[in-house]
Design a protein around this ligand. Structure first.
Ligand code: C5P
Length: 250
């Protein structure tokens, strides 16, 4: 087992790229998982299932363990509603949260500006605001045939990332397959968070645009969101260690 305190700096920064998706509904079980992984992982993702079943207390309880929360509720509504929800999340102490870029520039910008203003006034650390581009469970066929977006997946991700940049967001969530396009289009310093991570030893499940941790880092990802490839393994700590090694080898 890796001793976090004894981990070399490069191993720690590799581990810091992993965001564990707490895709469970039980509060106590989620906290047990945080406790189990806390020596390896700094950021835990709280999504719809856990937030709806646990409520805001889950954020407080993770923060009390000195761990950061990525609140993945993918806000998608009118500017006023998204801004108020984002402010509530900010005051709860989240480290990152996200909105759908397809909500448009005005929604993203109004939300971002209000957060900057309130954080300054109330002396709160500004959370990182991320934009969801195209879900990693969607394919080119779904995008074009079902959703009627004519110009295809890569162009759509590039376009939506550009909107997020223009609105002043800190970065986007996108599949590894489009990470390089986003990096080229939005430049260095723009955060790229990639879900759909599947090391060679895991099945794709419902994800369509998957990639290995090594591919993600090589494509320019800053953070890797990993759920089932850790949680559903017989030995999750070993899975984390293997992912850290893969990140290091990239
Ligand atoms: O288990 P798995 O690693 O596929 O989980 C991926 C996590 O990332 C899930 O919590 C999912 O909601 C989230 N996510 C995603 N695609 C996006 C944004 C978030 O899969 N575009």
């Amino acid at each position: 087992m890796i001793e976090y305190s004894g981990m070399k700096k490069d191993r720690i920064s590799a581990a810091d790229k992993i965001i564990v998706a707490l895709d469970v509904h039980d509060h106590n079980y989620a906290i047990e998982l945080v406790e189990k992984f806390k020596d390896y992982v700094s950021i835990f993702k709280v999504g719809l299932e856990l937030f709806i079943s646990s409520g805001p207390k889950i954020i407080d309880d993770i923060n009390k363990k000195n761990k950061k929360v990525f609140l993945d509720l993918k806000f998608h509504d009118i500017p006023n509603t998204v801004t108020k929800a984002a402010l509530a999340a900010t005051r709860l102490g989240v480290y990152m949260f996200n909105v759908h870029t397809s909500g448009g520039i005005e929604m993203m910008k109004r939300c971002r500006d209000k957060i900057v203003e309130v954080c300054l006034k109330e002396n709160i650390e500004k959370p990182k605001m991320l934009g969801v581009t195209v879900l990693t469970s969607l394919t080119r066929e779904i995008i074009t045939d079902e959703l009627g977006i004519r110009h295809g997946l890569r162009t759509q991700v590039k376009h939506l990332s550009g909107l997020a940049l223009k609105a002043g967001l800190d970065g986007v969530i996108t599949s590894v397959k489009e990470a390089e396009i986003v990096r080229n289009h939005c430049g260095r310093g723009f955060l790229i968070i990639t879900p759909g991570i599947r090391p060679s030893w895991t099945p794709p499940d419902d994800q369509q645009r998957t990639a290995t941790p090594k591919e993600a880092i090589r494509a320019g990802a800053d953070y890797l969101v990993v759920g089932r490839a850790i949680l559903q393994q017989a030995d999750p700590i070993n899975a984390i260690e293997l992912i850290i090694l893969e990140i290091l080898s990239a």
